[in-house]
Write a protein that binds this ligand. Sequence first.
Ligand code: GLC
Length: 456
Amino acid sequence: MTFSAPAAPTVHVASEVFPFSRTGGLADVLGALPAAQAAAGTAVMVVSPWYRDLADAAAVESVGTLNIDGIGEVRLGHERRAGVEYLFLGLEAFDREGLYHSDDVQRFSAFGCAVLPALQALNVQPQLLHGHDWQAALAVAHAHLSGWPTVFTIHNLQYQGRWSLHEAAGWTALPAWTFQPDFVEFFGDLNLLKAGLVFADRVTTVSPTYAQEITTPEYGEGLEGVLQRLDSEGRLCGILNGLDLDRWNPRRDAAIMNYSGPRSKASNRRRLRAEFGFDRAPVLGTVSRLADQKGMDLLLLALPELVKSWNVVILGGGDPLLEAAFQGWHFHPRVAFVSGLNEPLAHRIYAGADVFAMPSRFEPCGLSQMIALRYGTLPVVRATGGLKDTVPPSIGFPFVPATSQALLDACSEALATRRDRAEWERRVKAGMALDFSWNASAQAYRDLYSEILAEG
Ligand code: GLC
């Protein structure tokens, strides 16, 4: 093997890592946090599946194969970038198109079981293993059972990796005593996310407000009891995500007309209006997964009223019903819906819109509102989770009830504020000046790791 192991690294484990694989914000975090940690002097590795359609696959070097009982052959791929060692695990179950499938509990169980043997085969002795979301939870459990310090981060509590315990127990290689309600059993099912919660030394989520919200039945997704216990033991906290400031920089972004203030931003709005044949009304934009979490149904319900004052551009894919409903607006000159992922268009929306809407029902952190702020596009957001922690009412337009009326009211407030040009420019400038760099988060994780290591 040509791989030489870094000394005592922090090992992140996750199902997505930008730029290699991505469906959402999880990938962005794994694309930025490890690099920030490496820049601050920590040895860092990231372990992720070797998907068939991994982007940049050509850069990944094969460093060997491994045979694991019950799983079969696992190919090991390695790549080093920005001081971070990436390790890709090529399991047979990942050799197909796309990231996620209906048999994911089985696939990611295999992945979770393969992480420790792969590290051992490469002589990596982690200082700490840091797993992200349910797909990495089993690796956290096995690491803990092997005596390693562990952190588990919740990016989304709604996805838990549940399957009939009877069928799935054998996939996990966990000892029989863990298959009870105090550990990984959950209403007759195996719940992989719960394995991360109960076995990690510390559980974090990606904003302080969301860390509190998930201890309540409204946001706890059935796990509020477990989370309350963690909270009372001082094992649960929220650390706000940062933003990759190189990737998201209106002064240098190649996909837009560059700008550094409110006046020069206007040419991007002109171009966006022209692109979609919009008139001179202000532009409300959004870039979002079309999922229940994101409250896009509230935006849909608000459209008939919204189009009286706004041009509306929506970029996103997901729920087929929502896609069809937004498609249904194609006749309207003030509505543009583009389905799917489209990175350059996303940049043009962030740069060209006047306001950015995020009516999320829940939002662990959210990255789009931070991008919007940095691009001088004022966020209209539900005051929940990370949205509440990043969008001050003196800059954006937060609203509380999860209703289309509350969204409309916040948009009206934005419209009224926009008539006061000086006040609008003040808000745009203040938003662009907010500091969302990863440094503060990287420091907070470092403190957390030290706390755990000091406990021994
Ligand atoms: C998930 C959450 C989002 C968060 C992201 C990264 O996608 O829904 O709120 O920003 O993970 O942590």
